[in-house]
Ligand binder design. Structure first.
Ligand SMILES: NC(=O)c1ccc[n+]([C@@H]2O[C@H](COP(=O)([O-])OP(=O)(O)OC[C@H]3O[C@@H](n4cnc5c(N)ncnc54)[C@H](OP(=O)(O)O)[C@@H]3O)[C@@H](O)[C@H]2O)c1
Length: 330
């Protein structure tokens, strides 16, 4: 039985990856921190492995001991108050981890890195029918995206390393906590948006994402990178439209002008210039909302790995919202 290590296993994507890997009959090791929740990592088929990405020596020893066939490096931060933590955790820890893999002299079949669409920045906003493609210029517009790009660039320098990079668009599904805020409001009959222009978005249901990541990891492909979404394009209004239908709610809809949100974000983040702690609403977040085109081309993923999404947004939201209700998150 092939051995797979999934880092960030306690999180939203990671916990679904663990479930998918178990379904594929892999011998699953869940990489966690001492402090990580074990809520979704129960059962004797899951081996927990505590990992400290700042300790190369200890990491090397653990990799020597376990001799993994596959590693999915999914641990990372999406939203943190200190900008330097994006680089520390998403880039420096990844680099240390890869150095430890080399030092362990373990011959891996595959190292799959979970990057993000944000490592490219938005697609062409002049022509909204454009989808981001591999050969496009990379202009990440936030520190998160820049930290993911830096890790991708480091990987690209490793000419003898069997890596694959996966770049998801917006991931949603059971256990997700950010888009949940929007659904909570809909559930209270409030439908709030920032801005009123169409924003083109790419979504992927977490179970389709987990399936594609495991497929890519056990495939023969290496030194390649793939965007992933369900291949369709949506606007922000679709989220509201489907959620209202599924939750059977009528809503009061309002739009907060982007300029107003930008001014508030600017004010809120002024103290961060001294404290280094950025508020949840900051100018980087606003720049994402101001970018009108976040679609990506998944043709290479379809061609190389035969990826066919099982869920579009409407079907995935049915599952997601039902899960939120059953688990009293809504
Ligand atoms: N969600 C999305 O829409 C999306 C889109 C594109 C890419 N991604 C990428 O997908 C990956 C997983 O994201 P997610 O949405 O599942 O986030 P999440 O729920 O916050 O999970 C993040 C995971 O990373 C771990 N982690 C964070 N900081 C760590 C550190 N310093 N040392 C070790 N482990 C650490 C967390 O462990 P603890 O539980 O101990 O905190 C957790 O298991 C990330 O790399 C993210 O960039 C996500």
């Amino acid at each position: 039985m092939k051995k797979i290590l999934i880092t960030g296993a306690s999180g939203f994507v990671g916990s679904h990856l663990v479930e998918e890997a178990l379904e594929r009959n892999l011998n699953v090791y869940a990489g966690v921190r001492k402090t990580s929740s074990r809520q979704y990592l129960k059962g004797d088929r899951i081996h927990l492995l505590e990992m400290d990405f700042s300790n190369k020596k200890e990491l090397t020893q653990k990799l020597k001991d376990h001799k993994f066939d596959f590693i999915v490096h999914n641990a990372g931060v999406v939203s943190v108050p200190k900008l330097k933590d994006y680089y520390r955790i998403n880039y420096e820890f990844s680099k240390t981890f890869i150095e430890a893999i080399y030092a362990s002299e373990n011959s891996l079949d595959k190292f799959t890195y979970i990057s993000s669409l944000a490592s490219y920045g938005p697609a062409n906003s002049e022509n909204l029918s454009d989808f981001l493609k591999e050969e496009d210029n990379r202009n990440p517009i936030n520190t998160y995206g820049k930290s993911k790009l830096k890790t991708e660039e480091y990987l690209a320098q490793q000419s003898d390393f069997p890596y694959i990079i996966i770049r998801p668009g917006g991931v949603y599904g059971p256990r997700e906590k950010e888009i949940l805020t929007f659904f909570k409001l809909i559930n209270r009959n409030i439908e709030g948006y920032i801005g009123s222009r169409d924003q083109h978005l790419a979504f992927i249901y977490v179970k389709d994402l987990a399936r594609a990541i495991v497929d890519a990891t056990i495939s023969q492909h290496t030194q390649k990178a793939y965007f992933i979404s369900d291949g369709k394009h949506y606007t922000q209004w679709d989220l509201g439209k489907y959620a209202k239908r599924i939750l059977n709610k009528k809503t009061f809809r309002f739009h907060v002008p982007v300029n107003l949100v930008r001014s508030i974000a600017w004010l809120l983040e002024q103290p961060a210039k001294i404290t280094g702690n950025y508020p949840a609403l900051n100018l980087e977040k606003v720049s994402i909302l101001e970018s009108m085109n976040w679609k990506c081309d998944i043709t290479p993923l379809k061609n190389d790995l035969g990826f066919e999404p099982e869920y579009d947004l409407e079907k995935g939201l049915e599952d997601t919202l039902n899960w939120y209700k059953e688990n009293k998150w809504l």
